[in-house]
Design a protein around this ligand. Structure first.
Ligand code: NAP
Length: 322
């Protein structure tokens, strides 16, 4: 078992930034990075809205740079998945991965949320080649194109309206004949000349070729009729799933499953902090996650300083079996 001052769970922008800040505070953080560095950012082919990079850069390049930056100050990365955590006894916290066990004085949870997938044929094949889960990230690449948006909630409508800045037309495909989104967003969408609706319809398949997506195959749930709708882009906004499975009931979650934090990014467990999309269901930007990771790390550093004496006393007590 390894004893650490700080373990960071997750390696998206929030986790990588928390790693940098805690490393610069001489805490030698360990980042449990998951199977792939960068989380959702790793599948974003170009990021054009991260300040300081006027020519844009790819998601994988940005997270590699962030990793190198944190490593330069003493962070280490383990490409492993967390199997379970035990927050029940307070700090130090037990974290079991598939390859190791850690005892951590403080934990920063940055494990993110995944965009919900349709789970239809073609979806996985065309991610980054016409299928997207982020209008802000990818809208610019669909200038002058006809695209579809799937979903009927606030995100779908907000993103559809945003995407009309680039696309020639945006067709919203919704599985019912009534939107879930708030009335004001609905009005803005109905009043937008570039937006049209396909009601009562589900995407059965995303169809494409070497150049990427060229159509969606739809089924009307009311009539059973199947149609093929030509399109070059499929933006899917049917909700997000926060990656909260490893916590069980050990940490307070809101009604949508996101970790509840206060302004200092503290969770309800003393010594456990959370940042990025596991606690933010609204903004979901690299820049906001970086800011949240910074704040959570600074809060964790302050917390460790305030609890230094008690933690040192605990360190001095031999563990059972020693
Ligand atoms: P959401 O409110 O859960 O809406 C998801 C939409 O996707 C619903 O219309 C749902 O259809 C549809 N959907 C779900 N699974 C589907 C499937 N398998 N196939 C086809 N359609 C499917 O999610 P969200 O829009 O991401 O919003 C999440 C939260 O953030 C909400 O509380 C929302 O109010 C909030 N939010 C607020 C703002 C804002 O205030 N500006 C902006 C974005 C998000 P049904 O309607 O039939 O269930």
């Amino acid at each position: 078992m390894k004893k650490e001052r700080v373990v960071i769970i997750g390696s998206g922008p929030a986790g990588l930034t928390a790693a940098l800040y805690t490393a610069r505070a001489q805490l030698a953080p360990v980042v449990i990075a998951g199977a792939q560095l960068g989380g959702q950012v790793a599948i974003t082919h170009e990021i054009e809205n991260y300040p300081g990079f006027p020519d844009g850069l790819s998601g994988p390049e940005l997270v590699e740079r962030m990793k190198e930056h944190a490593e330069n100050f003493g962070a280490t990365f383990e490409f492993d998945l967390v199997d379970s955590v035990d927050f029940s006894k307070g700090s130090p916290f037990l974290i079991k991965t598939y390859g190791e066990e850690y005892l951590a004085d403080a934990v920063i949870v940055t494990i993110g949320a995944d965009p919900r997938k349709l789970g239809v044929p073609g979806e996985e094949d065309y991610i980054g080649a016409g299928v997207s889960y982020c209008g802000t990230c990818d809208g610019f690449f669909f200038r002058g194109k006809d695209i579809v948006v799937v979903g009927g909630g606030d995100s779908a409508l907000e993103e559809a309206i945003f995407l009309t800045r680039f696309a020639t037309s945006v067709n919203i495909i919704h599985r019912r004949d009534e939107l879930r989104a708030g009335v004001q967003l609905q009005q803005r969408a109905f009043n937008n000349d570039k937006i049209s609706f396909t009601w009562n319809s589900v995407v059965e398949e995303i169809v494409g070729g070497d150049d990427g997506v060229n159509a969606v195959r739809l089924k009307n749930r009311a009539t059973g009729e199947e149609t093929v709708h030509p399109t070059e882009g499929v933006f899917i906004f049917i909700g997000h799933d926060p990656n909260n499975a490893i916590f069980g009931d050990q940490i307070a979650l809101n009604e949508n499953g996101y970790i509840i934090t206060d302004q200092r990014y503290r969770t309800n467990v003393d010594g456990v902090f959370a940042a990025g999309e596991i606690q933010d269901e609204i903004w979901r930007q690299v820049a906001t996650s970086v800011g949240q990771g910074t704040s959570a790390a600074m809060a964790a550093i302050q917390w460790l300083e305030a609890n230094e004496e008690r933690l040192q006393e605990l360190d001095a007590v031999p563990a059972a079996g020693d």
